[in-house]
Write a protein of this length. Structure first.
Length: 436
């Protein structure tokens, strides 16, 4: 975890104290269920909860000191609890194995992290919708290969981002459900020494579903899908951040990050206003994507269990969720305060002498009886003159002066093909599809 890119609510999920508290709840709920079955005395479960209700502080250094001797984290924790609870603590962990505690705890942590990320996505979606509606009919140039193509609106750009992040939300909801499973099945997952009803009880108490078949560990395909989903969300962040970065380039300057009073862009050049937030988002997205491959490699464990996945998850669980939480919040702030320049958009849209209307003329010529090959040739030869003049010439005027073109289309018909509104006539339809 890097404090610079961390937010308190998400970070709190991954503290040692939070982890040990979840471990205790798993053990205590399991002891409750075992008491109901008559496997352990009811007094044992009551003793655990009675101690817990005193709201004891988790003594992390004490547990760490025990682990330094035992070289086993779960045993160290159980030993510390026993030292505090007393004799009744010997009935904890009956028929359980360490993975029952570790995997179920990780499921709780990832589910809670997903809930925060879903709230982050809701906040981002709300901002994207507001700004999309605000600029629904703000014309701007659409680009393919970075080159002027045909007109769009800035609202459509944001509506596209909204639809993408809405899909991200749907995927994360599914990934959360997939990861939120409980395993209390004992060594090699056979329930030989613990009844399946214990697992059901613990799962219900922790808001999890039961793992249908655990081999002593919860299958890591679930985790792989979860982290892959985080990677996709990160890529969507990167896509929108990259769009903002391109739009802020001096030669474009159709939109830019908010530049606050007193902010400095460069230690050497006082004039600079750099897209530092969106550049940062691109970097953070690379980190989140970087955690996907280790999660995929964790799927292949030896036989019923090994711990090659364990060290990986101690990194990627906290780091991926904390980083993505921060990135989503930062992107929400960027879009919320994004400076948008419609006048510059209009200037850029008209920079190339009307070339953006070339397809309409091409189609009109074909409909007037000219072959597609000849239509393309006629429009392109005039368009290249405009291109080579850097937009100083007008495509419309060149077409009007081309006898081969005017033999098929009158000047009035040509002028009609340069109507900007034509390109925006289905904006309402697209918005209805996106926002309902």
């Amino acid at each position: 975890m890097v404090p610079r890119y961390s937010r308190p609510e998400m970070t709190a999920i991954w503290t040692p104290e939070a982890r040990f508290r979840i471990w205790f709840e798993i053990e205590a709920h399991a002891t409750d269920a075992l008491a109901d079955l008559g496997v352990v005395p009811r007094e044992a479960a009551e003793a655990l909860w009675a101690w817990w209700r005193t709201n004891p502080a988790i003594d992390v250094p004490a547990i760490d000191a025990i682990e330094a001797v035992t070289k086993h984290d779960v045993i160290a924790f159980l030993t510390w609890v026993a030292d505090n609870v007393g004799d009744q603590a010997r009935f904890m962990h009956q028929g359980m194995t360490s993975s029952d505690v570790l995997d179920t705890c990780l499921a709780v942590q990832l589910a809670r992290a997903a809930d925060i990320l879903l709230a982050d996505l809701d906040a981002l979606l709300a901002v994207l919708k507001r700004r999309a509606v605000e600029h629904k009919l703000t014309p701007t140039i659409g680009r393919s290969h970075g080159i002027h193509a045909e007109p769009v609106t800035f609202g459509l750009k944001l509506a596209q981002a909204y639809a993408e992040f809405d899909r991200c939300k749907t995927r994360l909801i599914a990934a959360r459900a997939d990861i939120a499973t409980c395993a209390i099945s004992g060594a090699v997952g056979t329930f030989a020494n613990i009844d399946p009803s214990v697992e059901e009880h613990v799962a219900a108490k922790l808001g999890l579903s039961v793992e249908p078949v655990s081999t002593q560990v919860i299958p890591r395909d679930r985790h792989a899908m979860f982290f892959a989903t985080l990677g996709v969300i990160a890529s969507s962040i990167d896509r929108l951040a990259t769009e903002v970065r391109h739009l802020q380039r001096t030669e474009v300057l159709e939109a830019e990050e908010y530049f606050s009073p007193g902010q400095k862009g460069s230690s050497a050049m006082p004039h600079k206003r750099n897209p530092v937030l969106t550049e940062n988002l691109t970097g953070l997205a690379r980190m989140v994507r970087g955690y996907v491959t280790p999660a995929l490699e964790n799927v292949a464990l030896w036989h019923e269990r090994d711990i090659s996945h364990s060290s990986v998850e101690r990194y990627i669980g906290p780091d991926a969720t904390i980083t993505l939480d921060f990135a989503l919040a930062r992107l929400t702030g960027v879009i919320d305060k994004l400076l948008v320049y419609p006048e510059r958009m209009d200037k850029n849209l008209n920079k190339m002498g009307g070339l953006v209307h070339s397809q309409r003329v091409l189609l009109a010529l074909t409909q007037a009886g000219v072959s597609r090959e000849d239509s393309y040739r006629l429009v392109q030869r005039n368009a290249m003159k405009v291109w080579e003049s850097d937009g100083q010439l007008s495509l419309l005027e060149l077409l009007k002066a081309d006898p081969e073109v005017t033999a098929a289309l009158s000047p009035a018909q040509l002028e009609e093909k340069f109507d900007l509104g034509y390109h925006l006539k289905h904006v309402d339809t697209i918005f209805a599809r996106v926002f309902g």
